[in-house]
Design a binder for this molecule. Structure first.
Ligand SMILES: Nc1ncnc2c1ncn2[C@@H]1O[C@H](COP(=O)(O)OP(=O)(O)O)[C@@H](O)[C@H]1O
Ligand SMILES: [Mg+2]
Length: 416
């Protein structure tokens, strides 16, 4: 993809000194420890059925436990038989991949955005030819195989407090709005619960795992709603990065750490404490982007272990496991992700340009996301209020950027 034109920077909104002062608190979000990354994907099976449009699937029709002409593929199979592919609902007329954001710079991330629409359509329409439990995480996730042989992760709606499948969906749309290229394509979908369970049993799911499936997944009249997430090709490596490494992104102009603790005093060289090697400039730029991204999404589970990932030790960072985003029904002013961003004073130029492109008088990030999300097959229930909060948090991060720029100048504040 060729680089394009960046918008002319606009004046940011400022939250005012009182509000900023209230934000200068410690930053250390954490939840329960999470699983380690998994092995690379297997090669697609040569027996994978060829895809054909799912004419049998009917919008709105719940799956039947008894095979019939319309819902046969969605029905639970008899014991011992290999389950058939899972049928999909027909796409609503409104379904469409999200637009790319207004800033047409080359994304720094590894996801190839020109392939987005194709992958989006595959995830939204292809029958699912197998499903197995995904080991490792604290929440219930499934590994699916699609009829084209590709793989996806299914994160279903469930009772676990840190698993909000809608946040995964918004994370994808937010990534594309900002042109980051670090989140795999995500489509909201509903799968037939009984037929899905049959596949899991067939693929050796343990009784305890199936018991969790029965108890923790939310049921919608026989369907399971969730986020279908494209699989990252390549080996996922958990980076030993911590929230305190953000100290390497601080400058004297950043807010002082609060007396209650949190980040160590600002460093200006990138050297981590405790003799650890300093992160490379490329990693620091990725960390800066990650902190912006999590602040906007209000993701409180980045630093609990295993959620800062790269495609190979030296490879690019990806933003995976965003289900703890949009986690509370509030703006999130007092929350660690935003507080962490407000300790930072070094940013990627193209990320700042993207934030500015959504500042007034543009339509705003909230309205953009609402429009973008409308194309999702489920048009999931992310409230306008939640999206307005995303926009407000973006304004607060941008205010921090402008404050740093005013004090330190572009060369120090926008080094990448
Ligand atoms: N899209 C994906 N591509 C490749 N691996 C994935 C993908 N999504 C999840 N995984 C693997 O599954 C693990 C668990 O998924 P995650 O989203 O972190 O769920 P949890 O919320 O349970 O931690 C991840 O650590 C990663 O190893
Ligand atoms: Mg995880």
């Amino acid at each position: 993809m060729s680089p394009g034109v960046l918008r002319v920077p606009r004046a940011p909104r400022s939250p005012g000194p009182g509000l900023l002062a209230a934000l200068l608190l410690a930053a250390s979000g954490c939840d329960a420890p999470r699983g380690e990354p998994v092995a690379p994907p297997a090669t697609p099976s040569s027996t994978t059925p060829r895809w054909r449009p799912s004419a049998a699937a009917r919008p709105g029709a719940p799956p039947s436990a008894t095979p019939s002409s319309g819902a046969a593929a969605a029905a639970a199979p008899s014991a011992g038989a290999t389950p058939p592919p899972l049928a999909r609902e027909a796409l609503p007329a409104s379904a469409t991949p999200p637009p790319l954001g207004p800033v047409r710079a080359e994304p720094a991330g590894p996801v190839h955005l020109p392939e987005d629409a194709e992958r989006w359509r595959a995830l939204a329409t292809l029958p699912i030819t197998s499903a197995a439990p995904n080991a490792g995480g604290a929440t219930l996730t499934l590994r699916l195989r699609l009829a084209d042989g590709s793989r996806a992760l299914f994160k279903p709606a469930q009772r676990h407090s840190a698993s909000n499948h809608r946040a995964e969906l918004v994370a994808y749309h937010l990534d594309r709005a900002l042109g980051l290229g670090r989140v795999a394509v995500v489509v909201g979908t509903r799968l037939p619960r009984a037929a899905l369970r049959a596949w899991l049993a067939e693929r050796g799911a343990q009784a305890a795992w199936l018991a969790r499936y029965d108890a923790e997944l939310r049921d919608e009249a026989g369907w399971v709603e969730g986020a279908l997430i494209d699989w990252h090709a390549g080996r996922l490596v958990a980076l030993p990065m911590h929230a305190r490494d953000a100290a390497a992104l601080a400058l004297p102009s950043a807010p002082e750490p609060s007396p209650e603790g949190g980040l160590p005093p600002p460093l200006d060289g990138g050297a981590a404490e405790g003799g650890a090697p300093p992160w490379s400039p490329a990693r620091l730029a990725e960390l800066s982007d990650l902190i912006v991204f999590d602040a906007l999404l209000d993701n409180t589970d980045r630093w609990s272990g295993g959620n800062v990932l790269a495609l190979g030790e030296q490879g690019p960072m990806i933003f995976l496991d965003n289900a703890a985003g949009l986690s509370r029904r509030s703006l999130g002013l007092e929350r660690p992700p935003l507080r962490l961003a407000q300790r930072v004073c070094r940013w990627r130029r193209s990320t700042v340009a993207a934030l500015r492109a959504f500042a007034p008088p543009s339509e705003g990030l909230g309205a953009w996301l609402a429009r973008s999300l409308r194309g999702d097959p489920l048009a999931l229930g992310v409230s306008a209020q939640q999206l307005a909060w995303v926009e407000q948090r973006a304004g607060l991060v941008l205010a921090q950027v402008e404050r740093c720029l005013a004090r330190e100048g572009e060369a120090r504040v926008l080094p990448w």
